[in-house]
Design a protein around this ligand. Structure first.
Ligand code: PMV
Length: 315
């Protein structure tokens, strides 16, 4: 018997960085992200009489799960098996619909897809009750915190009350990511969550993130894109400053990231509008264009032929 599920990635505008509880992935502050429906992970489960193991799923993009990745995956599967009292073994196959060597974080989409497929398969096998989407998201957060925001479309908040979709009328983003490097991360996000506690800038971090969270919602509601840009810009720099001021310091920003950020700043200066810009724990630059500026986004990509883009249109 086989089961397959897929889930999207997401990009945070207010970042989840730093945990109150590292075992259970309890964040120190609220976060909010935009769901990237076009960038997806697929996970398949098949019952086997052999040992539980991982294989790549057939896909146009080759994908290899690292040893650490498999450790995290199998720990999460065990956790869900316990809930449903499952004894069977499975072949787990997974893939992404985007190149995995381009440095776009796939942990959110892959943990969300893994949680969904395990819940579907295990509740069928155990003839147990299905879990609600909210319960699944909270379960997924135990494997990868940011994955809980991948259970809904649009703007998704992760707060002390769990997951919440922020409904803001007549509003949409067109997403592009400028790829600067496919290099593997030297410091994993789990390690980053721990190490930021050693930065002096961690003082006041919760207050800064919480203020930006409130300001972001009201700026989105009033479609004040300049203000949304300012908040998003300050927020990713705040996270990257935490990284660089940790002991020992670490970072993901490359000289090419800085060049792209400069290009975006100049674009805003020249046009008085532009993309909401953010960076994850990586060197790539994410651009969220208010949908009314989609033509400008395409123009921007066509103009900057020296840059490598992954745009929503490609999917
Ligand atoms: O989900 P994790 O534990 O891999 O944390 C990653 C958190 C960031 O991607 C760096 C920020 C965020 O809120 O998505």
């Amino acid at each position: 018997m086989k089961w397959i599920q897929s889930a999207p990635s997401n990009i945070a505008i207010i970042k989840y960085m730093g945990k109150r509880d590292h075992e259970r992935n309890i964040p120190i502050n609220k976060s909010i992200s935009w769901t990237l429906n076009h960038l997806r992970s697929f996970v398949e489960l098949e019952l086997t009489n052999g040992d539980t193991r991982w294989e790549p799923l057939n896909s146009s993009y080759p994908f290899e799960l690292s040893e650490k990745g498999w450790e995290k995956f199998s720990r999460h599967i065990l956790e869900i098996k316990k809930i449903f009292n499952i004894k069977e073994n499975f072949i787990i196959r997974s893939a992404n619909n985007f190149p995995s060597d381009c440095g776009i974080a796939s942990s959110a989409s892959s943990f969300a897809a893994l949680t969904k497929v395990c819940v579907e398969a295990f509740s069928e096998i155990s003839k147990g009750n299905k879990m609600s989407i909210h319960e699944q998201a909270m379960l997924s957060a135990k494997g990868s915190g940011s994955s809980c925001r991948s259970f809904h479309d649009g703007l998704v908040a992760w707060t002390e009350n769990g997951i919440e979709v922020k409904k803001i009328n007549d509003f949409n983003f067109y997403h592009q990511v400028v790829i600067t490097s496919g290099a593997k991360k030297e410091v994993s996000s789990s390690e980053a969550h721990k190490r930021v506690n050693s930065s002096l800038l961690i003082n006041g971090r919760i207050e800064r993130a919480e203020k930006r969270y409130v300001d972001l919602i009201s700026s989105l509601e009033s479609k004040n894109w300049q203000s949304v840009f300012n908040i998003s810009w300050a927020e990713f720099w705040d996270m990257h400053a935490l990284f660089e001021t940790s002991c020992p310091p670490f970072g993901y920003m490359s000289s090419q990231s800085l060049e792209i950020l400069d290009l975006i700043k100049n674009y805003w200066k020249k046009n008085s509008f532009g993309p909401v810009t953010t960076m994850d724990a990586g060197p790539n630059v994410h651009l969220l264009w208010p949908i009314e500026y989609k033509n400008h986004a395409i123009e921007f990509k066509n103009f900057n032929t020296q840059l490598k883009f992954i745009s929503e249109d490609l999917f």
